[in-house]
Design a protein around this ligand. Structure first.
Ligand code: GDP
Ligand code: IMO
Ligand code: MG
Length: 439
């Protein structure tokens, strides 16, 4: 048995949903530790596409318990829509559990997120506008509403009356917006609470019991390493901790329980929203990656910025997450290219820089130093074993493994479950070198 954390090793949208779904067949429990409805995880099974924002990507397996953990922020309206969407597709949702200590995203959080972005103008973060920052800000300010408050009507009324009157001052005076009517919001949220109450549990205890029963637990990170509030490209980050350590905090478990950490990375790089992106491609190749990779946000539909693989960021992800291995996704998107560049280091003010600079203004001045590899110019989407891959594609993967000094456990060559090469099953396999540069 193994307890495994799956995290995004870049700026999000690496294909965590696909990889979590794939590994969930060996998992008894899947936990979503952090983030909110800013996330959009896509799973494609037998031609059917599922887009999940909050519900863990293990939900398609009826026996697997899915837990929305304490470190998440929950928008009840979106969660209920997501539940309905799954029910419409005949997916059972009785195995879903919601942490009572997760925080609740309220209408004022969304309004404040959008209004503050507008006010920032050119300095905007490019948030998803889903109220994530303001919900986490209230959590830190200790004025947040938790799920346990939501499902207790008296508690909810008292807290919301006070909070909405307080938020109305900001909405009206600072942003010139209409105030919210506390009674309308209270009624709406009491209705949501009634629908969600059957799912609410003490999630840390539930996970602990699963650990004691030696169950396989998968922790499905949202967002990605470079969007981490503490270790990402601040201020162009989200407001939670998507790195592996955040999965422990968000689930309420100790780090000793974790057996493995898998980083998911695309074979190139994408980013949605604002902020520096050294390997970003502005010309034809960037367009090609975007089109072939269908790089449009799952949550907002925004076009994702595309660029070459960035090995400096990759090495950084290995460091801050303690990665054991990688899942490389979307290799097929590179199929048509004659040559492929990989950033191996940065040039910072005329000097070579091998490590991600945690100083934001230095990072913004970094330009990539590339190595160029030959492309394979043939389809990989039907490859199912490493031996099926064209030599250049295998060499490309080995190059990435060497550059980041981390083995590759999984290679993904398409959105469907079966379009995958499992070099070694990270849940059942022994902890040893997988695809490395020496093979
Ligand atoms: P997540 O947020 O990390 O779960 O990733 P998203 O679901 O937001 O974005 C990844 C997109 O790539 C989704 O549309 C997936 O269906 C798709 N995808 C995942 N793996 C592959 C792959 O190997 N090849 C291709 N072409 N698409 C993939
Ligand atoms: P998944 O889980 C990609 C980005 C936003 C913005 C920044 C802050 O699907 O990988 P926020 O709304 O969180 O305050 O926005 O973070 N962002 C994501 N980018 N994938 C995500 O999630 C993201 N969640 C947030 O675009 O740049
Ligand atoms: Mg996504």
């Amino acid at each position: 048995m193994a307890n495994v954390i799956v995290i995004g090793a870049q700026w999000g949208d690496e294909g965590k949903g696909k990889i979590t779904d794939l590994l969930s067949r060996s998992a008894d429990v899947v936990v979503r530790p952090q983030g909110g409805v800013n996330a959009g995880h896509t799973i494609v099974v037998q031609g059917q596409t599922f887009k999940l924002h909050l519900i863990p990507s293990g939900i398609l397996y009826p026996e697997t318990e899915c837990i929305i953990g304490s470190g998440t922020v929950i928008d009840p309206k979106v969660l209920l829509e997501e539940l309905q969407q799954l029910k419409n597709l005949n997916v059972a949702t009785d195995n879903l559990f919601i942490s009572q200590t997760a925080h609740v995203t309220m209408p004022y959080h969304r309004l404040l997120d959008q209004a503050s972005e507008q006010r920032r103008g050119e300095k905007k973060i490019g948030t998803t506008g889903r109220g994530i920052g303001p919900t986490y800000a209230d959590k830190s300010e200790r004025t947040g509403i938790r799920v346990v408050d939501l499902i207790n009507p008296d508690e909810l009324k008292e807290k919301l009356e006070w909070t909405i009157n307080y938020k109305n001052v900001i909405l009206e005076k600072l942003y010139n917006l209409d105030p919210l009517d506390p009674q309308v919001v209270i009624e709406e949220y009491i209705d949501y609470a009634e629908q969600l109450k059957p799912y609410v549990v003490d999630s840390s205890l539930k996970i602990y019991e699963a650990i004691q029963q030696k169950k396989n637990i998968l922790f499905e990170g949202a967002q990605g390493t470079l969007l981490d509030l503490d270790h990402g490209t601040y201020p162009y980050v989200t407001s939670s901790n998507p790195i592996a350590g955040g999965a422990c905090v968000g689930s309420g478990i100790g780090p000793t329980v974790v057996d493995r950490v898998i980083g998911v990375a695309k074979a190139y790089t994408t980013r949605v929203g604002e902020g520096p992106f050294p390997t970003e491609l502005h010309g034809e190749i960037g367009e090609q990656l975007c089109d072939r990779g269908a790089e449009f946000g799952t949550t907002t539909g925004r076009r994702r910025r595309c660029g070459w693989f960035d090995g400096v960021i990759g090495r950084y992800a290995v460091r801050v997450n303690g990665l054991d291995c990688l899942a490389i996704t979307k290799l097929d998107v590179l199929d048509e290219l004659a040559e492929i560049k990989v950033c191996v280091a940065y040039d910072l003010d005329g000097k070579r820089c091998d490590h991600f600079p945690s100083n934001a203004s230095e990072f913004a001045r970094c330009t990539p130093i590339y190595e160029t590899l030959p492309g394979w110019q043939q389809s990989t989407e039907n490859c199912r074993k490493l031996e099926d891959l064209p030599k250049e594609a295998l060499d490309y993967l080995k190059f990435l493994a060497e550059l980041m000094d981390v083995p590759i456990a999984i290679v993904s060559l398409g959105a469907s479950r079966d379009q995958t090469i499992i070099v070694e099953d990270p849940i059942h396999g022994p902890k040893r070198a997988l695809l490395t540069s020496n093979q």
